[in-house]
Design a binder for this molecule. Structure first.
Ligand SMILES: [Zn+2]
Ligand SMILES: [Zn+2]
Length: 359
């Protein structure tokens, strides 16, 4: 069963040229889940995988950067005559919010369920569950989410089963489903149950113990890193985390991979990744449309996949003037050269880091 996460928007608070507002798209088999739906999420999806018919949307909290794209997306689904039901989950207050924006999406040709979750409440799904984790943001009315797969049966030893008189075929299936076959019990021929995969998304939060517990040995932790370590006090005041704090939490939780999101426009990304890597090596700083594939643990570690649609900035750019190269803006000047106008070059320079992040 495939499990993957696409970073639809990796920015925080305000979008930049490089980063859209928070949204993460999770695909598990045929299930399609969206976590947060910032303004512009529809367009981000169209630019990457297309505007897929998601089954569920999980909203972490009601700061505008996390949900403003939802009413428009509901409307778009209606315009193309969607019929499949859609569920939206979030903290208490979700109903009131959806009532307030109802006039935007209007009457829908599909069933829309709006479900307010209590802290620690789980949404059971086929083969897994999504649990709301109360995090430290917005006076407690904010969630992270943990997607946890059901435990899998242990590995069946075919040789041992045959020695005990069970023939390969349907009887193996019965053993794997927990039934005894001609006096042979499943536990005689099967190894211990195996844990399913776990994927945890922090939403916005200061470093949070409940999240750390939920993320214990997760295959992937997507954690916000709004600030660099130099802004630690600001992070504390605004109930956000620094990249290093995200790394420390990932290390304590012993996750297999940490991905940093909710990146403030003042950062390019790699500098935050390095701050987190100083304490937790398996850290990535995805850009929009990068993805993580999560194979079953016995098939290998999580795989970070760069979006193939992105051209390396340096590849087709003419050589940068020496002065600019020395000032460390080679990538920016390359962008400007391709755009071909001095005005855009100036705009790119003004926009600061978003215009210039070399990988
Ligand atoms: Zn936010
Ligand atoms: Zn927030």
């Amino acid at each position: 069963m495939d499990l993957s996460l696409l970073f639809v928007g990796t920015g925080g608070s305000v979008p930049s040229a490089r980063r859209g507002l928070p949204a993460a798209f999770v695909r598990r088999g045929g299930d399609r889940l969206l976590f947060d739906c910032g303004e512009g999420t529809q367009r981000q999806l169209v630019r990457s995988i297309g505007l897929v018919d998601v089954d569920c949307v999980f909203i972490t909290h009601f700061h505008a950067d996390h949900w403003l794209g939802l009413p428009g997306m509901l409307r778009s689904f209606a315009l193309r005559e969607r019929r499949a039901p859609l569920s939206v989950y979030g903290p208490r207050g979700l109903r009131e919010l959806m009532r307030a924006v109802r006039f935007i999406y209007g009457r829908l040709p599909y069933e829309l369920s709006i479900v307010e979750l209590s802290p620690a409440e789980s949404v059971p799904r086929e083969g897994y569950a999504v649990t709301a984790i109360p995090v430290r943001h917005r006076r407690g009315a904010a969630f992270g989410y943990a997607l946890v797969e059901d435990t899998r049966p242990g590995h069946l030893d075919p040789e041992l089963a045959q020695q005990l008189g069970v023939s390969p075929g349907p009887d193996f299936g019965r053993l794997q489903r927990g039934e005894s076959v001609s006096g042979v019990r499943p536990e005689q021929v099967m190894g211990p149950a195996r844990a399913g995969r776990k994927l945890v998304i922090s939403g916005d939060t200061a470093p949070c113990e409940a999240l750390e517990v939920a993320a214990h040995e997760a295959d992937l932790l997507v954690h916000e890193a709004t600030f660099a370590e130099e802004e630690r006090e600001r992070a504390r005041q605004t109930e956000h985390s620094t990249a290093r704090q995200a790394g420390e939490l990932a290390r304590r939780a012993q996750v297999r991979m940490l991905a940093l999101t909710h990146i403030s426009t003042r950062y390019a990304g790699p500098e935050l990744r390095e701050q987190a890597r100083a304490v937790f090596a398996h850290t990535e700083a995805p850009r929009d449309f990068d993805a993580v594939e999560l194979p079953l643990p016995e098939r290998g570690p999580p795989l970070f996949v760069r979006w193939p649609g992105r051209q390396p900035r340096e590849a087709s750019a003419p050589p940068a003037p020496a002065a600019e190269a020395r000032s460390g803006t080679a990538a920016r000047s390359g962008t400007a050269a391709r755009s071909g106008t001095a005005a855009r070059s100036a705009a790119a320079a003004r926009s600061g880091v978003e215009g210039a992040a070399p990988r």
